[in-house]
Ligand binder design. Sequence first.
Ligand code: ADP
Ligand code: 5GP
Length: 211
Amino acid sequence: MTRKGLLLILSSPSGAGKSTLARRLMDWDPTLRFSVSATTRAPRPGEQDGREYYFKTRPEFEAMVEAGEMLEHAEVFGNLYGSPKGPVEKAMAEGRDTLFDIDWQGGQQIRSSSLARDVVSIFVLPPSIAELDRRLRGRAQDSEEVIAGRMAKSRDEISHWAEYDYVIVNRDIDAAFDELVTILKAERMRRDRQPGLSNFVRGLNREFDAR
Ligand code: ADP
Ligand code: 5GP
């Protein structure tokens, strides 16, 4: 039975754990496609071009926007970030789900696009601001100045929590991951995401008729 691909959007203040959850979800279901964003920010240690992000110069990024290649794009912490459209359209056509790790601005843009019906959006909250601060520092990949900037932005990001379909408080990572999987499993079962159902039920009726 064919299924329509859905767009799973994960947003959170930086450090709340959405990349960790996204990585786990990709391991849990290898058929999921991760939407690799383009960004003008510099790579962090260990990040690979084409895996975590496509690292672009500002002119390169702006040319992609100009050419209509972005599904959404936004400025976050002084850098440009955007989701390339092509791979998303391909995944949807194949009935595959796409996972986005994007901020509230990107979430809003995709929700107000023609793809709105296919969106499932999830906001990840930290259990406390003290813990958010600890996690940002624990990641130890950004300078003190970058961390302070991200903390200052967290309040703004959190203010958009009510625009999302689901909210996960990431206290314990295993519990948060279970909740994420539960959401995805249920959303995949929605009637309108199972286009083969009408035919299937027609088959059941033929079987009734033949008895
Ligand atoms: P984000 O993608 O939201 O910026 P990350 O996934 O990079 O956040 O997580 C930030 C840091 O917090 C990482 O070091 C990660 O291992 C850690 N972390 C994530 N979830 C939890 C959790 N439930 N408990 C403790 N540490 C966590
Ligand atoms: P980071 O620099 O920590 O990887 O990401 C910073 C923020 O940018 C995160 O909130 C992340 O979700 C967001 N982000 C990453 N890619 C995109 C994107 O393609 N579009 C938008 N709107 N935000 C993005």
